[in-house]
Ligand binder design. Structure first.
Ligand code: E4P
Length: 224
């Protein structure tokens, strides 16, 4: 299971990489808009942080397949050929995914709300497919179960596409998919940090320190 960070906040990425076992960064046009900076400037900084082999996912904006392909080529020139190109699974997007795969471009099918879209993205040969867990829940469906069904479709058909679950709003959604063993998930920094936020753990760790200090004095550690 890969864990990626869903943000273009360079400081947040740097901090999260220090404390968590991470595999890459995903962005989308809304995330870039929130960063409020020139897109290739911020994406270049993220690429430098990840190194040339780090997983970086960047979305195209155009509506027509041929224009999406041109954008994909520009993104790869600017950020490296191993950059994953995110393409919404619309009819034009599906066409673009096939054009990109014919040219050996790494593709992340995105904007996935339904099992049908995930099925078609897998059939078209996308490397990753990104279903939106919480947005699915906002439509009244069970987001975790829907993504699990997508994994079942891939397993049943032997598709090589890996699910990259996105749009998380709580840690229950994260563990629900971790238990099922999907390929990857991308988390906003607050949800990632929420996986370790637990006052019981903090107070247990503090109690160990305090007990040891009663034995060996304030500030003592196993170095002493
Ligand atoms: C992935 O990058 C998706 O675009 C993103 O996770 C969507 O999340 P949101 O529903 O919080 O906008």
């Amino acid at each position: 299971m890969k864990i990626l960070l869903d943000t273009a906040d360079v400081n947040a990425i740097r901090r999260a990489y220090e404390y968590f076992p991470l595999d890459g960064v995903t962005t989308n046009p809304s995330i870039l808009a929130a960063a409020g900076r020139a897109p290739y400037e911020v994406l270049g900084e993220i690429r430098d942080l990840l190194g040339k082999d780090g997983d970086l996912h960047v979305q195209v904006i155009s509506r027509k397949a041929e224009d999406m392909l041109a954008e994909a080529q520009r993104i790869r020139e600017k950020l490296g050929e191993n950059t994953f190109i995110k393409v919404p699974v619309t009819p034009e997007g599906l066409k673009a995914i096939m054009l990109m795969k014919e040219r050996g471009i790494r593709v992340t099918a995105t904007c996935i709300y339904t099992v049908q879209q995930a099925f078609l993205a897998g059939k078209a040969g996308a490397d990753y497919a990104a279903p939106y867990v919480n947005r699915i829940e906002n439509l009244g469906e069970d987001g975790v179960k829907t993504v699990q069904r997508m994994q079942d479709v891939y397993d049943a058909n032997g598709f090589g596409t890996c699910l990259l679950a996105a749009s998380f709003k709580n840690t229950r959604q994260v563990t629900g998919l971790a238990e099922y063993g999907i390929g990857a998930m991308t988390l906003p920094p607050d949800i990632l940090e929420g996986l370790l936020k637990n006052p019981c753990v903090d107070s247990a760790a503090e109690k160990f320190i305090a007990d040891f200090e009663t034995l060996r004095g304030p500030g003592a550690t196993m170095l002493d």
